[in-house]
Design a protein around this ligand. Structure first.
Ligand code: FES
Length: 362
């Protein structure tokens, strides 16, 4: 903010009236000359009022920071946490990334789509729920997971649990999440994301790590796996170990059975074997090259390697006796060829979304 007497445009003025004091507080967190770094929390602040970032919200951020609207728009449209159209009171995110998907994330998403009658980034007619696919929500240990307004709400979710939860939200209840803070509204969450304390009772919660998170540690303990000489109080240094020392460890592994350096000895031994394997492979390549050169010198024909077109090779592997006739391009229905053969994504949903309210047929 260039000064404290900004004249806001008619578009930005209503938000300025509500948010200017908090906006100034946010901007004051940043060093002089770096005020524009406050843009991210300012966009969240705008969402506390609007639930999304409207053109008026963009104008407010631009004017309060003294930058142009294109600069604000570039940021607001880059991050998925800034919504470009009105959202519901609760943003329900279903992780459909790799691990959650393997464990049923897509089924949960499909169940909610069918139950609510909305697709990705769409809001129910009562304005309560906005549904979205989400990429990894950083809780793979509890996969598949569903969050409400970015708080973990259902761990190891099922379609039934997800539908039950959204029904409670729609009926005005705030269901108790599996862990973490109690469910809040999306606008309340935006205030926290803008960097302000949420004073509600139980708005912030913490607790010990759960069993799925600790699974690796538990298994290591059960099987007696430990990092030698590990000391949790060892300060993290920014310098790397000297290169020659690690090289020395590979070159001169500790004598077998030396108790303190047993693991280091194992690592060195594996590294030594790997180095020998690389050396052997390199020698084989040199041998072959020399062989080819000798043949050329002697005038012998050089046997060509596999120079087939990869597509031809793939086709042969799939259909070695060429028993499947090749389709005649002239007979392919024009309507099925090219882009016309691909159903349009329509509402911008990610590929793989079925038609809303229906299940995809396999
Ligand atoms: S893949 Fe879903 S939380 Fe990581």
């Amino acid at each position: 903010m260039s000064d404290t007497t900004v004249d806001f445009s008619p578009a930005a003025a209503p938000l300025a009236e509500k948010l200017l004091e908090q906006a100034r507080e946010i901007i004051a967190r940043y060093p002089a000359g770096r005020e524009r770094s406050a843009l991210l929390p300012l966009l969240h602040l705008v969402q506390t009022v609007e639930g999304h970032v409207s053109p008026d919200g963009v104008a407010f951020c631009a004017e309060v920071l003294g930058i142009n609207k294109a600069q604000v728009g570039a940021v607001a449209t880059f991050y998925t946490m800034y919504k470009r159209r009105p959202t519901g009171e609760y943003l329900v995110s279903v992780c459909t990334n790799t691990l959650c998907n393997m464990l049923g994330g897509q089924e949960i998403y499909d169940g909610l789509t069918e139950h609510l009658g909305v697709g990705h980034d769409e809001t129910t007619a009562d304005g309560k729920i906005t549904l979205e696919h989400a990429e990894c929500l950083a809780a793979c240990d509890y996969a598949p997971v569903v969050t409400v307004n970015y708080d973990f709400t259902i761990d190891q979710a099922t379609p039934e649990a997800a539908v039950g939860m959204v029904e409670k939200l729609r009926s005005g209840e705030r269901p108790v999440p599996n862990r973490g803070a109690r469910v809040c509204s999306l606008k309340e969450m935006q205030l926290q994301l803008a960097g302000f304390a949420d004073e509600r009772d139980g708005a912030v919660a913490d607790g010990p790590a759960g069993a799925p998170t600790l699974r690796g540690v538990t298994l290591a303990q059960q099987h007696g796996v430990a990092v030698p000489n590990f000391n949790i109080d060892t300060p993290i240094t920014t310098t790397r170990p000297a290169r020659d020392e690690s090289a020395k460890a590979v070159k001169d592994p500790a004598p077998a059975g030396a108790p303190a350096a047993k693991s280091e000895g194992k690592i060195a031994s594996v590294a030594k074997k790997a180095a020998e394997a690389v050396k052997t492979a390199a020698a084989a390549v040199v041998d072959k090259a020399e062989h080819v050169v000798e043949h050329r010198k002697a005038g012998a024909p050089v046997q060509a390697g596999d120079v087939k077109d990869p597509e031809v090779r793939t086709a042969e592997v799939r259909n070695p006796d060429a028993s499947t006739p090749t389709p005649n391009p002239a007979k392919i229905d024009a309507a099925q060829a090219g882009p016309a053969g691909n159903a349009p994504a329509g509402d911008g949903k990610p590929a793989g979304d079925g038609k809303r309210g229906t299940k995809e047929k396999k």
